[in-house]
Design a protein around this ligand. Structure first.
Ligand code: SF4
Ligand code: SF4
Length: 114
């Protein structure tokens, strides 16, 4: 299974970041989340970066892109760097349901067969 992101459904609320951080740290913060909102300088443009075990998924409205570790994320600038230092997504393997999927109010995040 893997986490899929339908960016066009994202409203930029960042609840998923707090939910993921709670999974990792049981803390009310977004600093340790495996996923991070990616914004461009446009209104209503929201993407999501997900740090995975071996790469970074950059899911933007124009389509998903898989970025190899250490490679600069085009268009993400410095905002992509903090996520590279965090724990990768473990698909919430110890939880009944992935916290980010459960928390997202728009159904933007789902688990799909890989
Ligand atoms: S599935 Fe779990 S670990 Fe992965 S991004 Fe979502 S909340 Fe974080
Ligand atoms: S919780 Fe859902 S709608 Fe909100 S930022 Fe995350 S993916 Fe986007």
């Amino acid at each position: 299974m893997e986490l899929a992101v339908e960016s066009l459904k994202c409203i930029g609320c960042r609840i998923c970041e707090y939910a993921c951080n709670y999974h990792h740290d049981t803390d009310c913060s977004a600093i340790g989340a495996s996923l991070m909102l990616h914004r461009a300088e446009k209104r209503d443009y929201f993407g999501m970066m997900v740090k995975r075990e071996k790469d970074l998924l950059l899911a933007r409205p124009e389509g998903p892109e898989v970025v190899p570790p250490g490679e600069q994320v085009e268009g993400a600038g410095a905002s992509s760097k903090p996520i590279l230092m965090r724990a990768p997504c473990d698909l919430c393997e110890d939880e009944d349901e992935p916290f980010c999927v459960k928390a997202c109010p728009t159904g933007c995040l789902t688990m799909v067969e890989s």
